[in-house]
Ligand binder design. Structure first.
Ligand SMILES: *[C@@H]1O[C@H](CO)[C@@H](O)[C@H](O)[C@H]1NC(C)=O
Ligand SMILES: *[C@@H]1O[C@H](CO)[C@@H](O)[C@H](O)[C@H]1NC(C)=O
Ligand SMILES: *[C@@H]1O[C@H](CO)[C@@H](O)[C@H](O)[C@H]1NC(C)=O
Ligand SMILES: *[C@@H]1O[C@H](CO)[C@@H](O)[C@H](O)[C@H]1NC(C)=O
Ligand SMILES: *[C@@H]1O[C@H](CO)[C@@H](O)[C@H](O)[C@H]1NC(C)=O
Length: 430
């Protein structure tokens, strides 16, 4: 008998609760103002506040139940041993086999992620490999195997710009074994499609930062501060996801606008008079998770397809979180955070708790890519100031690079290649 995996009892508790004084509100208003001035794609106001902290256990149950019922999961060629959690491990320096491709060699990387091209002086962030603790499952990405398995199939990433990054990383990992004439990359509105013609395979990205319909759904013009999501609207986007064989969802940062979120109860997003309910960020997020699970249950055949959900991508906006200077952030960071208990002081914990609760209650087999903790050590891996800027920098910004560093997105090649290696492992060795 193998020892059971993480069968520790679920202990989830809300340890701290926020209390609000007029001063806090003024402070919040100020943070909102500053964040609007400096934000790129996101406002991470909520993530600036240490309001919640909690614990939750790993979700593995829906997948194990599915396996126990003697179903072989689609794409599986082996198994991860029960005692192995590939998301628990450490970063190992690997100058021999890293990076998995070169920045200049992959033409699909957006200029917001090409750090070398935009003057990043070091390449240290490219040479790290994730080493899971106590696992013997293969973790090395095999592009041939991946591409062969996608023959005649569709793989789709649905979510926000971070999931777009993971999509591009996947394309970069695969494209070099495909000749120039046998591939294409096309963008049209919300959908971007990479095609491997000889394989009749596509890898796609669909922009839906909330999964549900929202007023931020335009794939180009979406930087809206006053965000609204329509309840029960997942089919609006979901109708474009049918017949997908491998789905990879994410959603997180766009929900982080404050303590509460606007949910449209009925009517249309465009209506002048809106039937809005203000709900806590956690409840809004929970609603989205449940909608996603219902959509998967209704539309994905668990015997033929696979569904992944990628956990929150952490940002590194405040040096104080890792015992650094209050004025520093990810800018000029070239080393990893070494404290293995490091998590960062923000809303990630309460959202992780919501994910844990919703997934544990569900029987829908979804593979959870729990990349939050392993990414949280990587303050060095963000694009920082080494990216194409949306608008020209002011002299004040140039004088103070920390003020405009992007500590949300990740340089490529880099961290997100690891997310795909873990996806690879979970796809073939669930
Ligand atoms: C994800 O991993 C972290 C730490 O590695 C853990 O605390 C958390 O409970 C996990 N989340 C879920 C939902 O399993
Ligand atoms: C990669 O996968 C292919 C196809 O399954 C296999 O033939 C090859 O040996 C694998 N390569 C490595 C290095 O494991
Ligand atoms: C190509 O793949 C699609 C699914 O993505 C499938 O419907 C179609 O039949 C395939 N065509 C050929 C010629 O294999
Ligand atoms: C883009 O997508 C729309 C529908 O979403 C379609 O009508 C149009 O033909 C597409 N354009 C191209 C160039 O593929
Ligand atoms: C970057 O960090 C190094 C120490 O790691 C420090 O010596 C240097 O002054 C910093 N550069 C800037 C521009 O902040």
């Amino acid at each position: 008998m193998k020892p059971p995996l993480s069968s520790s009892p679920s202990s989830s508790s809300l340890l701290k609760k926020a209390r609000f004084s007029p001063f806090i509100f003024t402070l919040l208003a100020f943070i909102v103002f500053v964040t609007i001035l400096y934000s790129e794609d996101f406002t991470c106001i909520f993530s600036q506040l240490d309001l919640y902290s909690s614990q939750s256990t790993h979700i593995h149950r829906s997948i194990s139940n599915f396996k126990k019922n003697k179903h072989k999961l689609a794409f599986a060629i082996g198994e991860t041993e029960e005692s192995c959690d590939i998301f628990s491990g450490r970063w190992v320096r690997d100058e021999e086999n890293r990076p998995l491709y070169e920045e200049q060699e992959c033409p699909y990387i957006q200029p917001q992620l090409t750090c070398q091209e935009h003057g990043r002086p070091d390449k240290d962030y490219q040479y790290w490999r994730w080493q899971p603790h106590g696992c013997s499952v293969p973790t090395r990405f095999n592009a041939t195997l991946m591409l062969e398995s996608l023959r005649g199939k569709r793989m789709m990433f649905v979510g926000d710009s971070l999931n777009r990054g993971q999509f591009v990383s996947m394309v970069c990992l695969l494209h070099r074994i495909i000749p120039e004439s046998a591939k294409s990359f096309k963008e049209n509105g919300s959908l971007t499609v990479f095609t491997a013609k000889d394989y009749n395979a596509t890898i796609e990205f669909y922009w839906a930062p909330f999964l549900l319909e929202s007023n931020s759904d335009d794939a180009v013009v979406h930087r809206i501060q006053d965000r609204v999501v329509r309840k029960g609207s997942i089919n609006k986007h979901g109708k474009h996801w049918k017949d997908v064989d491998i789905m990879v969802f994410n959603t997180y940062l766009w929900w982080m606008t404050g303590l509460e979120f606007k949910i449209l109860q009925s009517g249309e997003i465009e209506d002048k008079e809106k039937d809005i309910a203000m709900v806590s960020t956690e409840d809004a997020y929970r609603m989205a998770m449940k909608s996603m699970l219902r959509w998967v249950k209704k539309n994905m055949d668990p015997k033929k397809t696979r569904v992944f959900f990628t956990s929150m991508s952490p940002s590194h906006q405040k040096g104080i979180d890792w015992g650094g200077d209050p004025k520093e952030n990810c800018y000029n960071q070239t080393t990893l955070i070494e404290d293995s208990n490091y998590w960062g002081s923000d809303s990630r914990k309460s959202i992780m708790q919501v994910i844990g609760e919703v997934f544990r209650k569900s029987k829908v087999p979804i593979t959870f890519l729990n990349i939050t903790q392993l990414s949280s050590y990587r303050r060095d891996a963000h694009t920082s100031i080494y990216k194409k800027q949306w608008s020209p920098l002011t002299p004040e910004q140039i004088a103070n690079p920390t003020s405009y560093a992007d500590c949300v997105h990740w340089c490529m090649p880099g961290l997100q290649d690891t997310w795909n290696e873990l996806l690879f492992t979970k796809l073939f060795y669930p």
